[in-house]
Design a protein around this ligand. Structure first.
Ligand code: AMP
Ligand code: ZN
Ligand code: FE
Ligand code: FE
Length: 278
């Protein structure tokens, strides 16, 4: 085992239980190849990949931290709240997540309708064939569009059609950030704001801290050193935690590799001690 100071963690990874393309097996293998000591599995709106990932991690001596990335909505803005060290077997949590799963399926039909209005011939079934039993999302739509030859890349699908504020964007039902934060805390987890650079105002971030947000993802692939430093300072000033991760999605986001953003294991220890104080 590496020296304590050298232990590194990637705390933001998706599997094919949401819109990543890697199975838990593949994810664990790749994380070990990348030399990581710990990972957090943070699928969108689902915990179904956690049990298997944690068991496989145990067998392979890789610590897998149970996580989730809840989609929330504030005004017209999408806000993602990561939840770490949650009780992923909690029934209330599972019930709430079931509702989100159904809503996401309905949303796909609405997105397809908008795409069809734009004269792009895509069927909902093309998307469900890719997402299978996973939590369906826009990355599956983008992959279906590539498969049908409607766009050249998933990136192009987001830029022209399904990205925020694009002609075929549909928000769908979401939690408010406050509801997402509360739900995570209710199931013993630590709520952390994902990729804070996507937030339109820092004012909003301060409001989220008042609502019980306990940290921010300061280290993220899209954050320049200056942006990371800004969030590190902010966290220090507010006395909240920091985390970081790659937001790996497999071939759905080919430029992002496991461990391309990693943090010292100390930050994992801080998450754990915050949980013990809840
Ligand atoms: P959804 O939860 O269905 O709204 O989809 C959000 C997901 O879409 C994000 O987690 C990313 O995986 C993906 N996504 C969002 N914007 C982009 C983009 N510009 N390029 C590629 N993937 C994106
Ligand atoms: Zn995603
Ligand atoms: Fe996200
Ligand atoms: Fe993510």
């Amino acid at each position: 085992m590496p020296d304590l100071e050298e232990r590194l963690a990637d705390l933001h990874l998706h599997t094919n239980f949401s819109d990543g393309t890697f199975t838990p097996e593949e994810l664990i293998r790749e994380a070990q190849t990348a030399g990581l000591s710990a990972i957090a599995v943070t699928d969108h709106d689902t915990v179904r990949g956690l049990k298997r990932s944690i068991e496989l991690g145990r067998e392979n001596k890789l610590e897998v931290i149970p996580g989730i990335e809840l989609s929330a909505e504030y005004g017209n803005q999408e806000i993602h709240i990561l939840g770490y060290l949650i009780d992923y077997q909690n029934n209330k949590l599972l019930e709430r997540l079931d509702i989100l799963k159904e809503n996401r399926i309905e949303r796909i039909y609405k997105i397809v309708e908008k795409l069809n209005d734009l004269r792009l011939p895509l069927n909902a079934q093309d998307i469900f064939a890719i997402s299978s039993d996973s939590i369906v999302g826009r990355l599956h739509v983008a992959r279906a569009m590539v498969q049908q030859g409607l766009v050249g890349s998933t990136q192009e699908a987001f830029q022209k059609f399904i990205g925020d504020n694009c002609p075929a964007y549909v928000l769908g039902f979401r939690f408010s950030p406050r509801e997402a934060i509360r739900l995570i805390r209710e199931v013993g987890g630590i709520p952390i704001l994902a990729h804070p650079y996507t937030l339109k105002s820092d004012e909003l971030l301060l409001g989220l801290i008042e609502d019980g947000l306990m940290g921010i993802e300061a280290y993220y692939p899209e954050h320049s050193q200056a942006v990371t430093n800004f969030y590190l300072n902010l966290a220090k000033e507010k006395g909240i935690l920091v985390t970081g991760g790659s937001d790996f999605h497999g071939s759905g986001k080919p430029a992002i590799k496991i461990g391309c953003v990693k943090v010292h294991y100390d930050l994992v220890e801080e998450l754990k001690s915050a949980k013990n104080k809840l």
